[in-house]
Design a protein around this ligand. Structure first.
Ligand SMILES: C[S@@+](CC[C@H](N)C(=O)[O-])C[C@H]1O[C@@H](n2cnc3c(N)ncnc32)[C@H](O)[C@@H]1O
Length: 343
């Protein structure tokens, strides 16, 4: 079979496919890890059966559709590292009709967590030793999803099955899942934690559950509560998780002891007008200094001039555009490394 290894990193998954008999692997990675993959495939003697493509999977094209697309972008929570949108795109453009996706399905679990250790990211903003003017920043920490490595004993309520995402089908942009978490013992719940069980092929599952005997060494996602909740054995904690996987937004609502707490990663982001403006179709953009410099660099990139000649021309023709020669050099490298092919 032919295989696309999407986000190949060191190339480990593609290598396993080749060792299992794959005829060819197309390995895609948007970072310099593509060079690590090249070394690994060459060292394993498979260099001739691998096509390496540097770029975001959503922005590159493959020579021909493959029988299998394999990808490890499951993150901590299953859908928080981009797998949903990457495989949706890959299914359409890189996979033969009837081809195989690995993983094919992600199941999500949710639990209530008692853990001062996990809660430290929130509680440190309330410490006596912290200057009062910084304490307001704690509201960001209360809305951030944190990778944590949980002990079995820290799971105090649940777990419950939250939902499931079938990667072979188009997923909705918005999910709203509800779960009732049964308290196993008296506990102070500091937050929720989520993890995944993903199906690699029929009957073969991979999980980062802290409760599983056989699990991969990957953290779980901790979702803190602004106010820890006191719960008794047998209590039921109502939880709602809302997610926009393609936009990386996650919200969690907890109802317990007659109180409702609501959090969202949107409230954990330091969003300035710059972050929001480019997503507004009605905003009217103007080139800033970096944009001007990039435009100048690209306008001199004609397939004949060298990098040094391009830099020299921009330095001479656009005096004062960048404050120092070093700053211009950096823009030249940034612009050409993504906007040009270099021989
Ligand atoms: C979590 S690592 C996994 C590496 C490897 N597959 C493994 O299992 O060890 C993800 C790698 O994929 C790259 N990556 C993530 N999303 C990508 C995408 N959509 N297109 C190309 N590369 C991507 C990252 O730069 C990183 O090198």
């Amino acid at each position: 079979m032919t295989v696309v290894d999407l986000g190949c990193g060191s190339g480990v998954l593609g290598l396993m496919c080749l060792r299992a008999g794959a005829a060819k692997v197309t390995a895609i990675d948007n970072s310099s890890m593509i060079e690590a993959a090249r070394m690994v495939y060459d060292a394993a003697g498979f260099g001739g059966r691998v096509e390496l493509i540097r770029g975001m999977s959503t922005e590159v094209t493959a020579a021909e559709p493959a029988d299998v697309v394999i990808c490890d972008q499951v993150g901590y929570l299953g859908f928080d590292a981009g797998i949903v949108q990457y495989l949706e795109d890959a299914r359409r453009r890189f996979l033969k009709p009837g081809g195989v996706l690995i993983p094919s399905k992600i199941d999500l679990d949710l639990a209530g967590i008692e853990s001062e250790k996990c809660y430290a990211e929130v509680s440190r903003w309330r410490a006596e030793s912290l200057a009062p003017e910084f304490r307001g920043l704690g509201r960001f920490a209360e809305n951030v999803k944190c990778p944590v490595t949980l002990e079995r004993a820290e799971v105090a309520a649940g777990p419950a099955e939250l939902g499931s995402i079938d990667l072979r089908e188009d997923a909705p942009d918005y999910h709203c899942w509800r779960a009732e978490l049964k308290c196993e013992r008296d506990a102070t719940l500091h937050g929720l934690a989520g993890w995944f069980r993903c199906e690699l092929s029929e009957g073969v599952w991979m999980t980062n559950s802290p409760l599983a005997e056989e699990r991969i060494q990957r953290p779980q996602a901790f979702l803190p509560l602004a106010e820890p909740v006191r719960a008794k054995a047998g209590d039921s904690i109502g939880c709602t998780i809302m997610a926009r996987p393609k936009e990386g937004v996650l919200a969690w609502v907890v109802e317990a002891s007659g109180k409702r707490q609501s959090h969202s990663t949107l409230n954990g982001m330091l969003l300035g007008w710059r972050d929001l403006g480019a997503g507004n179709p009605l905003a009217v953009p103007r080139l800033n200094r970096e944009g001007e410099a990039r435009r100048a660099v690209l306008s001199y990139c004609d397939g004949v001039r060298s990098v040094a000649e391009i830099e020299e021309l921009v330095w001479r023709e656009y005096p004062g555009l960048m404050p120092t020669r070093q700053a211009l050099s950096d823009v030249v490298v940034r612009t050409l490394s993504t906007g040009a092919e270099l021989d």
